[in-house]
Ligand binder design. Structure first.
Ligand code: KIV
Ligand code: NA
Length: 270
């Protein structure tokens, strides 16, 4: 079967919900591909896999390497790669150059960048030159220092700002927009008010799709849990149990057992 394209995703506005997850490696991308419409190589990779304190230290080089790994694991889902902090904010030309680099080096079908009204010109510039763009508004983690923390965005009178961001990226030609950590009623209002699919994270079940960071939903990254994360698995706890059992068996010399070791006979066994 062919891969989904940004146009296919765009056409799903108002249809059945888009299932989206992040992935950073080939084996996890293969797992996600079975059930996802869109797989994001998020700059969350910096925090989830590299132990960085925020996404600000993520580089183009990291996005290229993880993007290539994810591409090898996907056959159906649309692959979207995040533009890292500092790679697109300076000018539309800088943004296009780096977006083209990510597309060429990874084989992604689209890029994602953070920002609404102030990124309208940049999104239009990239889209007009042939690269599909997913926008990301509401809580934009690369702006954590300016926002004063990972706070809910668009409460009260601030709702108009987020609504205008959604309209701006739609006008600019984005094929979809991530709404992160905004009140559910605002997410529903935005979803009804623009003609591109909204993908929610900490937003509303009324969005046109949902996305989660895969290590969060698997319970693999369990250092902290934002309210909007639902854990569908408990992999960190499974891993701790497995490692503890292994350690006990190594110390007791009960691992390896006879079935794990080789004899002088049976030369055909590998
Ligand atoms: O980097 C990321 O994982 C993201 C999603 C949470 C939308 O941007
Ligand atoms: Na991101």
């Amino acid at each position: 079967q062919r891969s989904l394209t940004a146009s296919d995703i765009r056409a799903r506005k108002g249809a059945d919900p888009l299932v989206c997850l992040t992935a950073y490696t080939t084996p996890v991308a293969q797992l996600a591909d079975a059930d996802c419409d869109l797989v994001l190589v998020g700059d969350s990779v910096g925090m989830v896999l590299h132990g960085l304190p925020s996404t600000l230290g993520v580089t183009m080089e990291m996005m290229v390497l993880h993007g290539r790994a994810v591409a090898r694991g996907l056959s159906r889902a649309l692959m979207v790669v995040d533009m890292p902090f500092g790679s697109y904010e300076e000018s539309p030309a800088q943004a296009f150059r780096n977006a083209a680099h990510l597309m060429a080096e990874t084989g992604a079908g689209a890029i994602k960048l953070e920002g609404g009204a102030h990124m309208e010109e940049t999104v239009r510039f990239i889209v007009d030159r042939g690269i599909p763009v997913m926008a990301h508004i509401g809580l934009t983690p690369q702006a954590v220092n300016a926002l004063g923390g990972y706070k809910v965005q668009g409460r009260g009178a601030d709702a108009d700002r987020i609504l205008e961001d959604a309209r701006a990226v739609t006008r600019a030609g984005a094929f979809s927009v991530v709404l992160e950590k905004v009140p559910a009623a605002l997410a529903d209002q935005i979803t009804a008010g623009i003609d591109i699919p909204t993908v929610g994270i900490g937003a509303s079940s009324g969005c046109d799709g949902q996305i989660l960071v895969i290590d969060d939903m698997l319970g693999l990254f369990d250092a902290f849990k934002p309210k909007f994360v639902k854990r569908y698995g408990d992999l960190a706890s499974d891993a701790r149990t497995a490692i503890r059992t292994y350690a006990q068996e190594v110390r007791a010399r009960s691992f390896p057992a006879p079935e794990h070791v080789f004899s002088q006979e049976e030369p055909g066994t590998c």
